[in-house]
Design a protein. Structure first.
Length: 214
């Protein structure tokens, strides 16, 4: 199934990443600009015209999306897709959708990575908003929770980071964004201090729990 970016302003909230639980007719009705006239090959979906994400708090130019990874099936817990072949150099940025439990990594205008994530438990929620990577630590160990946090990209002063985790159904974090270990390794290698990270929680647009829909 073709994944879709569901357009919405971030005042009502940016663009929601939907990971394959919608029928073709639902996708067409919801995002006709994306589903009409796309150029699809084995690895990448070229959008007919750039899809603009006007993200609140973004610095510099607004982010345009020109291509998405072509993920024909569903990405499930612990799985990921990463493919930067043929993608031009550009700033790396990350889009997180807590509702869909998904992360998309972009280089410039092109998606290069996608995965299912873990987020904070109800009593320790993952914050939303615009962040920048403050620091990077490949082999961090949490003294607070006596647990590894490999390939950490620090987002806040109070310890929220993107890091490698055992991503499985029913699991949660202490507020961090957990991604599969190999995906975290690739993201760590591609990222830099100062990279933008947008964490959103849009309204749920399609039925189905994460282990069914992603």
């Amino acid at each position: 199934m073709i994944r879709a970016f569901l357009a919405a302003s971030v005042v009502a909230l940016a663009a929601a990443y939907q990971a394959g639980n919608m029928t073709a007719s639902q996708r067409s009705a919801t995002v006709p600009m994306v589903t009409a006239g796309i150029d699809q090959n084995d690895a990448r979906i070229q959008l007919p015209r750039a899809k603009l994400l006007n993200l609140a708090g973004a610095t510099g130019p607004r982010h345009e999306i020109k291509s998405l990874l072509n993920v024909p099936g569903r990405i499930r817990y612990g799985e990921y897709v990463w493919d930067d072949r043929g993608v031009k150099d550009g700033p790396l940025w990350v889009f997180v959708d807590l509702t869909a439990q998904t992360m998309s990594v972009f280089r410039g205008n092109d998606e290069i990575g996608a995965t299912v994530l873990l987020y904070g438990a109800d009593d320790m929620p993952t914050p939303t908003g615009r962040f920048t990577v403050r620091a990077m630590n490949k082999d961090h160990w949490s003294r607070s929770y006596d647990a590894p946090m490999p390939y950490s990209l620090w987002l806040t002063d109070d310890g929220v980071a993107i890091h490698g985790s055992d991503v499985r159904a029913g699991a949660a974090t202490h507020g961090c964004v957990g991604v599969p270990l190999e995906f975290a390794k690739r993201l760590f290698a591609a990222a830099n201090v100062g990279a933008e990270v947008f964490i959103t929680r849009p309204a749920k647009l399609a039925a189905g729990s994460p282990d069914q829909a992603i």
